[in-house]
Design a binder for this molecule. Sequence first.
Ligand code: BJW
Length: 231
Amino acid sequence: MTDRAPHQRIVVLTGAGISAESGINTFRDNGGLWENHRLEDVATPEAFSRDPALVQRFYNLRRAQLNSVTYNAAHKALAEFERSFHGEFLLVTQNVDHLHRLSGSQNLIHMHGELRKSRCTTTNLVYDQLDDIDVHTHCDCCNTPTLRPHIVWFGEMPLLMDDIYAALEQCDLFISIGTSGNVYPAAGFVEVANSVGARTVEINLEPSRGVTLFHEAYQGPASVAVPEFLS
Ligand code: BJW
């Protein structure tokens, strides 16, 4: 980033594209996750009420996949940048994997939840969850089989939105990495950043659906384009 100096408050949004080179499928590309499952069958609260075993199986498989993947050069570049940056830095990820945390990112919001967590549907208490959940798994808080994946499904409110909007409303640089811009409210963050006069930058394999909303756009694999942009 040639003119890093003027930026004091940076918000970065990441999506599935940043983890693609770590071996985690994206959602909407060829071979993406939704190809084998209808969205409505697995990623809505209604789906979970209708067939909790199917939904748990889908997430158990994805949770297990996390054991064999690690972060790539794009995650690492963001973590290193955060460590060396003296202003305010917030990384908001739509991803439910743990690769940003593993690479050392600190000020991090998982707005769509985390695969390695579960939540009690009665008390809303959140638990670390490294193993499978099945429909009989009990939570510790009320000891009933009411655990669900700690994932934000369609129709549910993403997490920590007040904190995210507060950062966006003050940022002077917004960078969107590896997201197709299909899912709201994340797809609208660029407009909030634009409205406060921030510089807005997209880094993606191809121009996203909302590319024209950004001041600058760079195309390429995240593992190359992100370190290059941040250097
Ligand atoms: C690379 C690369 C490489 C590949 N390098 N790049 C009509 C209009 C507007 C909104 C709505 C509407 N109808 C319904 C809604 C709301 C709905 C929504 O947006 N629906 C759309 C489908 C239209 N949204 C919601 O329901 C959200 N809640 C909500 O809105 O609450 C109300 C509210 C209002 C206002 C403020 C606050 C709240 C909840 C959304 C929950 C999303 N959940 C999911 C599933 C999680 C569960 C799971 O993981 O199984 O989250 S959907 C799925 O999409 C997942 C992702 O986080 C999300 C975004 O996908 P992402 O990351 O962009 O992935 P892809 O695959 O789409 O794109 C990857 C990109 O990477 C591509 O562009 C590639 O080119 C690129 N790429 N390789 C760089 N190597």
